[in-house]
Design a protein around this ligand. Structure first.
Ligand SMILES: O=C(O)C(=O)C[C@H](O)C(=O)CO
Ligand code: ZN
Length: 280
């Protein structure tokens, strides 16, 4: 089977607070995203965000019909973004090929038809990370380079959170209906992301952690501010964040992460900051 889809129902805060470690992972953590030669999608009922990984080897892979969307083709009523975090590869959109190098992205507008994926060299396969949300109009498909991303510098070495947020799918870079996508990178020695923490009930969010050594782990914090929990994540694991949950992490070593949001508005800065005294 080259295409598999798993469905995640929405989990509320009271339910999450009662779950043990495995229960939290079952509800929120996405493991095994990049399986060689496969397309692996998770359909989340949080704003109907689809989170996927495609790792082509010697054969090209395709996303055409996805039964869970109830439409003839995957993008009939959806938009998507793809970021490559592996070797060089090609994404075919509506019959046109786009070469994507490491950390390059493509925004794909609604109605573009089937998507094709290929690696330039099966020995160093491309790792295409996919995010897709329902759309209400077609925005132009745009190839987004690392240079095009809007940069926001945050934090400091003293607070161990000196980092740059690279906003790839953002109104200042390209149009989209509801997707906002970016990639956060750290200065050496900085390990904390998104602390002080925030919530945004208007939008869900999903984090994919990558660029980690095999033994590195992320302690990812989630939950309502007064009822926090954590999950321990390794390289290439993603975690879903409902609007009511903080989403913050600390790494035991070097890492980067891709964040993506969908929901009621497109305002990256629309966040409710959580005062330190409110965290428990
Ligand atoms: O490092 C950070 O802080 C982030 O990257 C935060 C995310 O972009 C986010 O949570 C946006 O709502
Ligand atoms: Zn956020």
């Amino acid at each position: 089977m080259t295409l598999s889809v798993s469905v995640r129902q929405a989990v509320g805060p009271e339910d999450a607070a009662r779950r043990n470690t495995q229960g939290l992972r079952d509800g929120f953590v996405i493991e095994g995203l990049f399986r060689p030669g496969e397309v692996n999608l998770t359909y989340s009922h949080l704003d109907r965000m689809i989170v996927g990984g495609v790792a082509p080897t010697d054969k090209n892979l395709e996303i055409g019909h996805v039964a869970e969307t109830g439409t003839d083709s995957f993008l009939e009523r959806r938009e998507a973004a793809v970021i490559n975090i592996g070797g060089a590869g090609t994404v075919s959109v509506g019959g046109r090929d786009h070469s994507l190098g490491f950390q390059e992205a493509i925004y794909i507008g609604m109605g573009e038809g089937a998507l094709g994926f290929a690696s330039d060299d099966p020995a160093t396969p491309a790792l295409f990370y996919i995010l897709s949300a329902p759309a209400h109009r077609t925005c132009p498909t745009v190839h987004i380079t690392r240079e095009m991303a809007r940069k926001v510098h945050l934090g400091s070495a003293e607070e161990s959170n000196h980092r740059t947020i690279n906003q790839y799918v953002h109104p200042d870079v390209c149009e989209s209906c509801q997707l906002l996508v970016g990639l956060t990178m750290f200065e050496p020695g900085s390990v904390w992301n998104t602390m002080p923490a925030h919530v945004h009930d208007r939008r869900m969010e999903v984090y994919l952690y990558f660029g980690m050594a095999a033994a590195t782990r992320i302690f990812h914090f989630m939950g309502e501010p007064g009822e926090t929990r954590h999950v321990v994540l390794k390289n290439h694991e993603a975690v879903l964040s409902p609007g009511w949950s903080i989403h913050s992490g600390a790494g035991t070593g070097r890492y980067a992460f891709i964040w993506a949001m969908a929901g009621d508005n497109m305002s990256f800065t629309d966040m409710d900051k959580v005062p330190m005294d409110a965290l428990r």
